[in-house]
Design a protein around this ligand. Sequence first.
Ligand SMILES: [Zn+2]
Length: 383
Amino acid sequence: MPSPVFELTCELMRRASVTPDDAGCQALIGERLGRAGFAIEHLRYGDVDNLWATHGDGAPVLVFLGHTDVVPSGPAANWTSPPFEPVVRDDRLYGRGAADMKSGVAAMVVALEEFVRAQPQHAGTIALLVTSDEEGASIDGVRRVADEFRRRGQRIDACVVGEPSSKQRLGDLVRIGRRGSLTGRLTVRGVQGHVAYPEKANNPIHAFAPALAALVAERWDEGNDAFPPTSFQLSNLDAGTGADNVIPGELHAVFNFRFGTASTAQALRERTEAILRRHGVDLGAGAGTLDWWLSGEPFATPAGPLRAAALAAIRESCGAEPELSTGGGTSDGRFIAPLGAEVVELGVCNASIHKVDEHVALDELERLPALYGAIAARMLGGR
Ligand SMILES: [Zn+2]
């Protein structure tokens, strides 16, 4: 007989919840947790669905965090089996969201149901927060919910993000933080003209090239115990009309910093602008423009009760000592950490996420609810 976590994962995967469409996933989850005695709140902002389910009251508040949206499948013909029809082959469950992260959401739901059944009088509050906007703009999802929590004075002490964190085996890597992400969009204005008459034009490519070399060569910081050195990468660069005899009038560049706690977003912005100025790239009235977008501040969770509970649960369930990492992209943990919460990210292997033929190993899927349950028991159990 299929297990509860397998069944729920498949039910969620059959709902084609391509970001920001929840496609009924949260209604299903809310109904189940409501039946288990949770208080259910649906928070819809714009076209994004968020679900906040709580059981118990007071501190400590332990939140399991995830998302019901998935990235698009791409052409279904490229998949071995249809992306929104979960199929088992070779002891793996295939389909969009199998790893990122309907298996994680299903395991959190099953773990919460089992936890409150076994320990109806648990300490503090146990909660689930899921959004349908993690893979998309990430504006009306957990970012907005965190603002609402701030307004309400809702405290969160600890947060387990069920994102696929593992490399080769379940529990071999736990994320204890994430780097921040800061994007700059630069327009350098010159004067368009004929390449044969450069004295009558001003080439923005020539103006930007020395500044770019300096930005690439800059050592932004040395990193620290929690984070590697800050990285600067140019992601887009374009200028030119396509003709070989025209000096272009404008250049557009997009670059991104991934930074730890050794630098602040403010300092990176100021240093970038200073380097541009030093190399004669003018910003401001009538000249070029530089727009910034801070998509997340860095966070690192120091050793504390949640980290200890997660490590003990992994040792117990997986028999392995996990690597503690702050690598990878960003996650919604970035919006919860600033509320003062300890955050760890722990989930299945991430090798196939966002790819064609995304999958999760059945053996990992079946072990995941017990792993989350063991963390809950260590944080809130025993009353
Ligand atoms: Zn994800």
